[in-house]
Design a protein around this ligand. Structure first.
Ligand SMILES: Cc1cc2nc3c(=O)[nH]c(=O)nc-3n(C[C@H](O)[C@H](O)[C@H](O)COP(=O)(O)OP(=O)(O)OC[C@H]3O[C@@H](n4cnc5c(N)ncnc54)[C@H](O)[C@@H]3O)c2cc1C
Length: 465
């Protein structure tokens, strides 16, 4: 049998790769992780989940102080924005957490191979001029921003930026155009709107948040408009012209029609993300990609090439950190000869705006395509805690199979929807019925009681509406 340097070599130290590497080491496998960035943690910790949440959290406080939400509770303040400090605490959060992964690597004896890895063959990679062999290689290279053809992103100049550039702005733009009404565009658009920018979101589809439940998408549009965002739905961008520190964005109706020009100080291109495979040398191991550029795997995360596995954003499925993490755990367990499984039917998704928007499982539309459903809805306005906290927007919706009552999907718009959705995911993982949720005792007064009431509404018997 060949003698390898490592049992497992993971390429990429994002939430998929670093979690997979740590679990592999915990299972007694000699493990290395190659990462080309200067810090560990991937997109998520460096330029994704964490820095965006740092700015969302801080800007939420700013808006609460500025917009009167605090005054309603008897706290009168006139806030002054110190953007340098706000950006500083974002950088501190990233530094602390990426450093934490480095500590965990040392603690678990995972070797960090610094540099970008390239396959030489299915058991050999080259990193920074050195060759390493491994019995198992896990591709966890993640994803990067999808460019908009004809539109040049220049984060350093700060006029046409991607999500990474939008996190780094050193001043609040007067006018910001966000191309793409998905999660990232809405989160970062919300940050800069709260801090004072006039934000216009241009979305090709007729609603925001593709992939989410239609009721949620419609309600989200109403809420974002009420908050002062201009939404241009069913609209396509036909060009972006930059002159000095300003941009002109040409848009027209998606179905065709007259062109309109939007002026902007900053244009954020947020039309999606694509898998990172360039320079990886997949041709050297004969690994093909699907039509979307992703690497296909089986249920165990094994690719068609023996000894090569793949997880996270680089494979099909929602591009989410927790999905990548769970796949990291599962792939390590499968490599170790255990049984690692990820239930891709129960992956929650959250938009961290205010209110938060969250869902797990099927949309009502998708559920109906599979058979008859029963739906229960409960407005946050009727939830005592949300009402007391001056957070009336949103609702909870529970979708259950009409015959078996098994919960197929749960959708929430609520200030703490991201936290609430965990109980729905857990219930679904255990195969709960709406009756199971309805008869589970929920603490009072909590926003989560709205999930109980929506479950009660499935059979038409909520108490508070
Ligand atoms: C602005 C923004 C906000 C987001 N917010 C959230 C959120 O709130 N919640 C959520 O769940 N998800 C969020 N995401 C998505 C989340 O960041 C990704 O789904 C997640 O990071 C994917 O993890 P991964 O391990 O597959 O890949 P990544 O995190 O992309 O990590 C891959 C790593 O591999 C490295 N790499 C690539 N090629 C090589 C190579 N050849 N050799 C060595 N290293 C290589 C890269 O440098 C990178 O560090 C957000 C993304 C963005 C951009």
């Amino acid at each position: 049998m060949a003698d390898y340097d490592y049992d497992v070599l993971v390429i990429g130290a994002g939430p998929g790769g670093y979690v997979g590497a740590i679990r592999a080491a915990q299972l007694g496998l000699k493990t290395a992780c190659a990462e080309g960035r200067e810090t560990l943690g991937g997109t998520c910790l460096n330029v994704g989940c964490i820095p965006s949440k740092a700015l969302l959290h801080a800007s939420e406080y700013f808006e609460a102080a500025k917009g009167g939400a605090m005054a309603k509770m008897g706290i009168k303040v006139t806030p002054e924005l110190d953007l340098d400090t706000m950006q500083g605490q974002r950088k501190d959060a990233v530094k602390g957490l990426t450093g934490g992964i480095e500590f965990l690597f040392k603690k678990n004896k995972v070797d960090w191979l610094k540099g970008y890895a390239q396959f030489k063959d299915a058991h050999t990679v080259e990193v920074a001029g050195k060759t390493y062999t491994a019995k198992n290689i896990v591709i966890a290279t993640g994803s990067s921003v999808t460019p908009l053809p004809g539109v040049e992103i220049d984060n350093a100049k700060g006029v046409v930026v991607d999500s990474t550039g939008a996190l780094e702005l050193s001043s609040v733009p007067k006018k910001m155009v966000v191309i793409g009404g998905g999660v990232i565009g809405l989160e970062l658009g919300s940050v800069w709107r709260r801090l004072g920018a006039e934000v216009t979101v241009v979305e090709f589809l007729d609603q925001l948040l593709p992939g989410m439940d239609m009721d949620v998408r419609k309600e989200a549009s109403k809420i974002f408009k009420k908050q002062g965002m201009t939404l241009k739905l069913s609209t396509k961008v036909t060009g972006v012209e930059v002159k000095g520190k300003k941009a002109k964005v040409s848009v027209e109706p998606a179905a065709g029609g007259d062109t309109e020009t939007l002026e902007a100080d900053v244009v954020l291109v947020a039309i999606g993300r694509r898998p990172n495979v360039e320079g990886l040398g997949l041709d050297k191991i004969g690994l093909e990609r699907n039509a979307r550029g992703q690497i296909e795997t089986d249920h165990d995360f094994a690719t068609k090439v023996d000894g090569v596995w793949a997880i996270g954003d680089v494979i099909p499925g929602p591009m989410l950190a927790h999905k990548a993490e769970d796949e990291g755990l599962a792939v390590a367990e499968n490599i170790a000869g255990l049984t690692g499984i990820v239930n891709h039917d129960v992956i929650p998704g959250v938009v961290y705006t205010q209110p938060e928007i969250a869902g797990v499982g099927l949309t009502e539309e998708a559920a109906k395509e599979r058979g008859a459903v029963k739906v229960g809805k409960f407005p946050m306005l009727a939830n005592s805690r949300a009402k007391t906290n001056h957070e009336p927007d949103g609702f909870v919706k529970v979708i259950a199979d009409a015959e078996t009552d098994r919960v197929l999907g749960v959708w929430c718009i609520a200030s703490v929807a991201g936290t609430m959705i965990a109980q729905a995911a857990q219930a679904m993982e255990f195969g709960a019925t709406s009756e199971d949720i309805a008869y589970t005792c929920h603490a009072h007064p909590t926003h989560s009681e709205a999930i109980k009431e929506a479950a009660m509404a499935v059979t038409g018997k909520p108490i508070h509406i």
